[in-house]
Design a protein around this ligand. Structure first.
Ligand SMILES: [Zn+2]
Length: 426
């Protein structure tokens, strides 16, 4: 048994903000009681969380673990170690591996690897179309049976409106969310950053905000037509968020996530440095303001990292040629504290919601995620004020592609508990 003592327990599911002790027995929470109630005995390991926040385990809806196929950039073992270090107890991994996770045998392979060497829970996302090529629908029912929690052709959009409609109709009957990487590829073709004054100044090919919002509009219409659960991945543009707001005002089952880099950085931060290259690209100042407003008022459902490791040989090349994507796990919480909480833009409880009950609701598992007797013992313990410097060379990831290398943070993950076990401790 493990006793988490003296922590400030924050649970958005039950609106709890209190000093409580949590007793874990095996994989489950045995009891939650006011601080000081449990007396420690020999068979109880004690974790003193005095001065720390104890939250439900963080869920990342969007990550790339690169296994199978690109193990030189990341593996399920190294990726989940980095996730645990960032406070995440569960990560949803995108299907754009090699081979693509478009059938039950790849799904089972990922789950087996996670069971054997994973530090966090791994919840695979299956491809929407075969090989994510956008031609025919993938074996979604078989993948659901094997354990996928959603479908997506992430890395690219579901290619056509016709196929997106078919996927949504199918997923509606299975009650699976469809996660869309919203991008009109004809508008985005050859672009390496957001179109605007900065792209013109740098002489780099830009994509307009509409490259994203046109696709969001298409999918919102199709969600209305089909009644499907639609989740917009890494939403970055003001106009896209307006589409999501419209959908929510109509009670459509449409949700969205925002990444820490999109609520922290803007296109003006881009230099000829591939660590600032990701897709969707860093957006305009007014987009960031709109995302911050949505994070505060509930239009945004979750913070997701889009952790996208690329080994140095691939990423350390000129901006035009570098692949899209940056690391995300280890800096997500600290960036959220820095940009959202320490600035008083949102409450601490709302931030915890964006990492826990928010993503759980997107996946339809919100009733399973709370700090209460009988529930899974997944907990994220963090500090609000611990000062630290992110040194990417110390990362648990196999890759080093982070624009936040060397940044000083206030507040950090301190321990991560999965199924009653401390999988990472500062
Ligand atoms: Zn994507």
């Amino acid at each position: 048994m493990l006793l988490i003592k003296n922590g400030r327990v924050l649970d958005p599911a039950t609106k709890t903000d209190a000093s409580l002790d949590i007793l874990l027995d095996g994989e489950k929470i045995k009891e939650v009681a006011p601080a000081g109630k449990f007396s420690s005995s020999q068979d109880v390991q004690v974790f003193d969380a005095a001065g720390l926040i104890v939250a439900p385990g963080f869920i990342d809806l969007h990550a790339h673990l690169r296994e199978p196929g690109q193990e030189s950039s990341e593996t399920i073992e190294t990726g989940t170690r980095a996730a645990a270090r960032g406070g995440f107890t569960a990560v949803c991994c995108m299907p754009n591996t090699r081979p693509v996770n478009d059938n039950a045998s790849v799904t089972r392979f990922i789950l087996d690897r996670a069971k054997a060497g994973g530090s966090a829970r791994v919840w695979p996302i299956g491809a929407a179309s075969a090989a994510s090529k956008g031609e025919s629908i993938a074996e979604i029912a078989a993948m659901k049976q094997a354990g996928v929690v959603a479908v997506s052709d992430d890395g690219r959009p579901i290619a056509t409106a016709k196929l997106a409609r078919q996927v949504m109709e199918y997923c509606r009957s299975l009650d699976l969310p469809v996660i869309e990487h919203a991008e009109d590829v004809s508008l985005a073709a050859n672009a390496v950053m957001r179109e605007g004054v900065t792209s013109a100044r740098l002489g780099l090919q830009g994509m307009p905000a509409a490259a994203e919002s046109v696709c969001v509009a298409r999918d919102v219409q199709l969600a209305q037509l089909t009644g499907a659960r639609l989740h917009i991945a890494h939403l970055s543009a003001k106009e896209s968020l307006e589409q999501v707001r419209w959908a929510k005002s109509r009670s459509l089952r449409v949700t969205c996530e925002v990444t820490p880099h999109h609520f922290t950085l803007i296109d003006e931060d881009v230099q000829y440095d591939s660590r600032f290259k990701m897709n969707p690209p860093l957006a305009a100042r007014e987009d960031r303001e709109a995302l911050l407003a949505g994070l505060a008022d509930g239009a945004v459902d979750a913070i997701a990292t889009d952790h996208a490791p690329h080994e140095p040989a691939l990423k350390d090349v000129e901006f035009d040629r570098a692949p899209f994507g940056i690391l995300g796990f280890e800096t997500a919480l600290s960036l959220a504290l820095e940009q959202l909480v320490h600035t008083s833009r949102i409450s601490l409880l709302r931030m915890v919601e964006l990492f826990t009950t928010g993503p759980a609701r997107v996946l339809g598992i919100e009733n399973e995620k709370k700090i209460a007797a009988g529930h899974q013992a997944d907990l994220t313990i963090f500090s609000l004020d611990r000062s630290w410097i992110y040194n990417v060379n110390d990362s648990s990831s196999k890759s080093r592609n982070s624009p936040f290398d060397g940044r000083t943070f206030k507040g950090a993950p301190v321990a991560t508990i999965v199924a009653g076990r401390i999988v990472w401790k500062m």
